[in-house]
Design a protein around this ligand. Sequence first.
Ligand SMILES: [Zn+2]
Length: 657
Amino acid sequence: MIVHPRILRLAAVVAGALLSLPAFGAPTQVTLVPPSGARFLEGQRFDVRVEGLGAGPFTATLSVDGQPVAFTSGVQNTSTTDGISPTGWGGFNLRAHAFRKPGLHTLTATFADSTGSVSVTSTVQVLGVAGEHGGGEARNVIILLGDGMGGSHRTAARIVMYGVSGGDPNGRLEMDAFPGLGLVSTHSLNSIITDSAPGMACYSTGNHANNNQEGVYPAHVTSPFFQPRVEYMGEYLHRAKGTSLGIVTTADVEDATPAANAVHTGNRNAGTGIVDQYLDESANNGLTVLLGGGRRWFLPATQFGSSRGTATDYAGLPSDLISRWKLPAGAAGAADPNRDLIADFKGAGFTYVEDASGLKGLASSPPRKLLGLFGYGNMNVALDKVAKRRGTPLADGTYVVDHYHAPDQPMLDEMAEVALGVLSKNHKGFVLLIEGAHIDKQSHLMDADRAVGETLEFDRAVGVARRFADSNEGTVVVVLADHECSGFSLIGALTGGVAAARALPSDAATLDPATTPARQKAAGTYDAAGFPRYTFLADGYPATMDVDGKVLVGYGASGDRYETWLSKPLPVVDSLLPDVIKAELKAKTYGSEPIQRVSDANGFYLRGNVTGGQAVHTAADIPISAYSSGSDAWREFVGIQTNTDVFFKLMRAVLAR
Ligand SMILES: [Zn+2]
């Protein structure tokens, strides 16, 4: 097999629809989606929408490759058009369109109001499922996404786990051992800096979206769930081959990365509707495994810890969306804050577990379908879960996981193991996302020790996936990230030892540039960094992150913080928790932002590069590692590629004939 990029870019096509402006009055903000440059796999479904702002009544036309095509919604010569456009806007939709023929296709629309008319064009590209280098040997796709994981997170985890001697690492992470290594650009449709919603959706749809949007194109509609859709990998392969879909995450399952495999919404924070859609559309994507946090969205609003509410829900999905996407009638949705979604999942045949013990009990005989909700919001990070398992409490004898009302949570590799047991019952194959969510979340919070612990936890799940691939021929595994987070950089190692660092006088008031804070002097750079050494226990995690000569991390995309270089006993209050638990944590002296950490109060003050209290995502390319059994599919990921390329490569690994 020859290794070279086979996914062609439409170099000549500009981003955004081409607009021709008339001389006099006309509607404004007329847009056509999908935008020019969008790419689809042959047969992949997507919605087309033309919309504009103006003085109604509105009319519109659409032609595809020069042939007139009727819209599936939008009444001509009215001001209300499709009934889902906000006041002043008109919109016309063609739902669930698909091209069979590879090559360039042209969509042309006109949009008129009472003052004039505008025409818009999109040129899109359809890629055939048959690649020039074969493919089609894979049945199972496993995407391991370390959220926010850049090259430096991987290096940090490797140094902590194995150390370095004589100028070389003493060992390799599971992901380091994959044969295919490439780089991925991570931009979104509307920014060089993506968030996790379009970041994940690039891999699962092959299409770009605006930030905060997953499985949809930008549009002005009255609910983010009404936005024009593009078909997910899980939906396409379920339709074409009868595959199952699994989603495993350490985040709240409403979070952007997990949802961007099954849920179509322009608002990644619409938790009630997001979790409803998981179940209500599961017949269309074969959702069989859903494991993570986020119990708050599944509990009736009247129960402790529930976050359900009408403001984050949807109702009345448009009828043409339902009929054209062949959704069950019940998928229309309802404003139902008191829905008992766990009961509904059980009614649909899912076995439900809510702690590690329950999950472990299923390992020997996996159920047909599995829902596991191991926390009210995001699950806890590896180091806090491990502290409880080891019986090493905080100074006051309590445990972080108990404060989170989630005392018995599984590790990511344990979740992955059971998920694979359930999914591998489907001999037609599966798509499985495994997300290490807190690599990102702890990098935002500039908590290096917890971020590294997460990367170690994630890497153990990578090992589970690789071993599954080795014993199940026809599996392709990619390890990647949606974006880098925080500009995580390994700047050196602590000098003078941990006890000395603890004993330093407070630096908090040392703000005069003429005075060097003691903790800045303790950062050993170059030769002074030496070779950090950590001790690991039998559970696979470091005995402590506070070793003499520990690795020190800086953040190129930082927010404000005080830094002591020492482990932070309490995490910052997680943003994805029910308000009632957030309030309890704040009362226990947890900070809401990094700068409020009590344990860092004596640290030296570091003014962040950005406002907002936390570090942010960066535009850095991220590494992708690929492995495959029964085929050379891994070779396709060698080299540099765009995030949307990854979708087409994975799909061809399964579908090419
Ligand atoms: Zn993030």
